[in-house]
Ligand binder design. Structure first.
Ligand code: ATP
Ligand code: MG
Length: 426
């Protein structure tokens, strides 16, 4: 036997035993997004590397350290997408979706970052997110937050998540703030760690994002952007808070929230949880008015958020325990000769035709009836449908109740679908 091959570190199979929670989350997203007028967009997993360098920013952890980048056969530099906002903007510009129109989009799919794998942090992970283009007031940021809050409620995890918000002001506010921050941290140059020292020169705001515990006291003492923003930026932020308060959304102001990407302005927010260990952020987003022109499009305001599927699934398990996929309604046991399988399959097909949503697991092994009933029991099905010579001859099926003390019934195939529909509420 050859050596076995395992999956790549940090990239995981999602096995049938775990798929129940994924389906629950995906179904909830598919229902909720259109109920707010958001349409799904699917973009390629691979893009030109330049797209992410120009959008996320050259001086970010993602672009500097985490991207899966490789040359295409013709020499072009390609990257597996580390996030999906840039791709949405690219697609919007490329297909003329953003000019003079409002777009409300959502997506879901795998993302890739070469990080150190740990609980809640993987190299292939999944995100779902929402992006809106063409709306500049704070109400759309509020709607995006309300939409996420509704998802948490539908999933039964709203008690586990807390909202933190901040404003990054406009470009001028940030330039002023940047200077103030540099002045402040210059005074502590001796105490800065290596990462923060390099950020001090290239992107001082990012120092506030540091996870180093030794840096926290210094960060606490740094000036706050909110104290420096213009009147216009402040009233934008005030209005957002007003809408949140009106809708019963509680939040805390976190003046250290800056987000790891370069493209944000005005509102930024995160949904955080103490139930996730060190990887506490389940969802993050904000406004990014500069991104569309930065990627070559005619200016169009943008705002959105992205949420980590695996982290949300941890919260669902925390709140609700394991979510199981539904068992089959019925297990088809083929009686008598092996050759009866053909006739049994033909009847099974008619049941599939007539009873929409009926979950029937057919035993195609041709094994002993005893072994088939063992598998029927293990399948979790409520009933076994038995089809042997007699049933085939009479065009009928026998229904045997596996979990209830009820006598076996034989029904004509043409009546079987209504019996099954009644039995399983289909
Ligand atoms: P973190 O601070 O945890 O590294 P981030 O700021 O890099 O997060 P974003 O780029 O804002 O994360 O991505 C949005 C969300 O995607 C995060 O809040 C998180 O839930 C999820 N996420 C990001 N990176 C990973 C990863 N490597 N594995 C699993 N989920 C992730
Ligand atoms: Mg990260």
């Amino acid at each position: 036997m050859g050596q076995t091959i395992n999956s790549i570190r940090g990239m995981h199979d999602i096995l049938p035993a775990d798929i129940g929670a994924w389906h629950l989350l995906e179904d909830t997203i598919r229902q909720t997004m259109p109920s707010y007028g958001y349409n799904e967009i699917r973009t390629p997993i691979v893009e030109k590397t330049d797209l992410f360098c120009r959008s996320i920013g050259e001086v970010t952890d993602i672009v500097e350290k985490e991207m899966y980048t490789f040359p295409d056969r013709n020499g072009d530099s390609l990257s597996l997408r580390p996030e999906n906002t840039a791709s949405c903007v690219r697609a919007g510009i490329e297909h003329g979706l953003l000019h003079n129109s409002i777009q409300k989009l959502w997506y879901m799919g795998p993302m890739f970052r070469h990080e150190r794998p740990q609980k809640g942090r993987y190299r292939q992970f999944h995100q779902f997110g929402a992006e809106v283009f063409g709306v500049s007031g704070p109400s759309i940021e509020a709607e995006l937050i309300l939409l996420s809050a509704r998802l948490w409620k539908s999933l039964g995890i709203n008690d586990l998540l807390k909202l933190e918000i901040n404003t990054l002001g406009d470009t001028e506010d940030r330039t002023r703030y940047r200077d103030g921050l540099v002045q402040y941290f210059e005074r502590y140059k001796e105490d800065l760690d290596q990462e923060s020292l390099s950020r001090l020169e290239r992107n001082p705001l990012r120092i506030l994002d540091s996870k180093n515990p030794n840096m926290q006291e210094m960060i606490e003492g740094a000036p706050s952007l909110i104290d420096m923003v213009s009147d216009g930026s402040r009233s934008h932020f005030d209005l957002l808070q007003e809408v949140l308060a009106k809708n019963g959304i509680t939040y805390t102001l976190n003046s250290r929230l800056v987000r790891g990407l370069d493209y944000y302005s005005h509102t930024v927010f995160e949904w955080v949880s103490t139930a996730l260990g060190a990887q506490g952020t389940a969802c993050a987003g904000g406004r990014y008015d500069g991104l569309v022109p930065q990627l070559g499009g005619r200016p169009s305001p943008g705002a959105g958020w992205a949420s980590g599927v695996e982290r949300v699934l941890l919260l669902i398990e925390h709140a609700r325990g394991k979510i199981h996929s539904p068992a089959p309604h019925a297990y088809l046991v083929v009686g008598g000769q092996k050759s009866n399988i053909a006739g049994a399959l033909a009847i099974a097909e008619r049941l599939h035709d007539d009873a929409h949503g009926f979950r029937l697991d057919t035993d195609c092994t041709g094994g002993s009836v005893k072994a088939q009933f063992k598998r029927a029991d293990k399948s979790g099905a409520k009933i076994a449908i038995v089809i042997g010579e007699e049933e085939i001859a009479q065009d009928s099926v026998s229904i045997k109740f596996l979990r209830e003390d009820k006598p076996q019934e034989t029904v004509a195939v043409q009546d079987a679908s209504s019996t099954l529909k009644a039995l399983f509420g289909l």
